[in-house]
Design a protein. Structure first.
Length: 469
């Protein structure tokens, strides 16, 4: 018997509830009101941390083959499959409990609007544009990733779908391809681990195959990320993305959704061709997490009120999970030790958390030109991000009601901005981002051997925090 999927559970629960409610209450309440009530109830259930809708990780929590982020050394694929064949539902990798966000590290006192500086770990060379700059060192590996995806990996016979799927990959001015932080992380980490393989020559069939697989992983990561942008912009009804019209403004909602689905499908095909079961599970998990994060955001947008830990968990699902599992997958493809695999995961996770925190802070500081999207977009969408949540700790009596009505009344946005200013909300958000960036640095410095590539990962984490777009 086929095991029901999460989507099927949600759908069946919704349809069963609708059918029952229609029979019982058709004469008392409009069916639309019943549907809205049931939808809110299901969203409430699905957004809980221990929701049964996402129970595969918990109900199949038999002892995994690896630890939290562990990986058995390189094994024959057939043998690996035989090891897990007695329970095909058992996860290979134990889920991250997401139980530590380092909120206690953020000071409450004023620092005159200044953000505490990033402290580089001992032994890391200062930034040199021609030695350990992350974008300089990764240029040869990632410069043509967008062109490769657009020209070679995303071909389709349908002309409109073809144009939509390539929308962010084939742009003449280069704006559409974005910052490409995720491919940069994957390739820098791959090169840093290569420095540890002293038993290999600088160019061998094994080494070349590993680097080719890691380069393909970087492309897959960017495809998954871009697919999420197509879907997010439709859900958020965004007007612009990366300094140009959002895809659904150019092609319509249906084609934008189909283009996102198509990118995920193509990414899944190339992921399977890596022929690494651990990596397939890792990267597939990120797609589930994107859905989880969107469910949490939809719930917050309906209620207007979020808690800080719930907000950070949502950010992990929407942003940090893809970075964390991409870095982990790069280490798995390298057949790294469990310690290195774990460090790679933690590096990506903490950089991802820091990245989204800074994005949320910049929404209050940047301009449409610098951000590639309108400033105060989150407030105007009714979303309460970290600066608002920090402000609510001391201004909750006036701010929480505005949050609950999603800043829709006249004066709500000005009130929120004043509360954020008085509570140092933006500064505290940047400070929390700096804490996570330093956690990322410690992860790679503690696990990787000194090299320009290792140091470039440290400087990339610093640059994620110290940016204006």
């Amino acid at each position: 018997m086929n095991r029901p999927t999460n989507r099927n559970r949600l759908g069946e629960a919704y349809q069963n509830s609708i059918a029952t409610s229609s029979r019982c209450y058709s004469s008392a309440l409009p069916i639309d009101a019943i549907k809205s009530s049931i939808k809110s109830s299901l969203l409430e259930q699905a957004s809980k941390k221990d929701s049964p809708f996402w129970d595969e990780e918990r109900t199949n929590s038999q002892t995994p083959l690896n630890g939290l982020n562990g990986h058995s050394r390189a094994v024959d694929l057939e043998q690996h499959l035989s090891d897990v064949s007695d329970d095909v539902d058992a996860p290979i990798n134990k889920p991250d409990p997401l139980d530590e966000w380092y909120l206690e590290s953020v000071s409450l006192g004023s620092m005159n609007g200044e953000t505490s500086g990033i402290r580089l770990p001992e032994g890391v060379a200062p930034l040199d544009p021609h030695v350990n700059d992350p974008f300089f060192l990764s240029h040869a590996d990632v410069n043509d990733i967008s062109a490769t995806i657009g020209n070679d990996l995303v071909g389709t016979d349908h002309p409109v779908l073809n144009s939509a799927a390539r929308y962010f990959f084939n742009t003449e001015d280069g704006k559409g391809k974005g910052k490409q932080v995720r491919p940069v992380m994957v390739m820098l980490l791959s090169r840093a681990m290569m420095q540890m393989n002293s038993h290999l020559e600088t160019s061998t069939p094994q080494l070349n195959h590993t680097l080719k697989s890691q380069r393909r992983l970087a492309e897959i990561t960017e495809m998954i990320h871009t697919a999420s942008l197509f879907h997010d912009d439709v859900i958020d009804d965004a007007d612009t993305r990366r300094g140009q019209p959002a895809a659904h403004r150019a092609f319509g909602n249906k084609m934008a959704i189909l283009a996102g689905d198509y990118l995920l499908a193509r990414a899944s095909i190339y992921l399977a061709r890596l022929r690494n079961v651990d990596v397939v599970e890792c990267m597939s998990t990120t797609i589930e997490h994107l859905v989880r994060g969107e469910v949490l955001q939809i719930k917050d947008s309906r209620t207007g009120v979020a808690d800080m830990e719930g907000y950070l968990r949502k950010n992990f699902y929407k942003t940090a999970s893809l970075m964390a599992n991409s870095c982990k997958s790069a280490a798995l493809l390298n057949h790294a030790t469990p310690e290195v695999v774990d460090a790679a995961y933690r590096y990506g996770k903490h950089v991802g958390v820091a990245f989204q925190l800074i994005d949320d802070a910049l929404d209050f500081e940047g301009s449409a030109a610098s951000l590639g999207k309108p400033a105060l977009a989150d407030l105007n969408a009714g979303l309460s991000t970290a600066p608002v949540l920090f402000a609510a700790e001391s201004h909750g009596d006036v701010l929480i009601p505005a949050m609950a009505r999603k800043f829709k009344e006249a004066g709500d946005i000005d009130l929120a901005l004043q509360c954020i200013l008085e509570a140092d909300g933006v500064r505290r958000t940047k400070e929390l981002a700096a804490v996570h960036a330093e956690m990322a640095m410690e992860a790679v410095v503690g696990a990787l051997e000194p090299s320009p590539f290792r140091d470039s990962l440290v400087h990339l984490a610093s640059r994620v925090v110290d940016r204006s777009r």
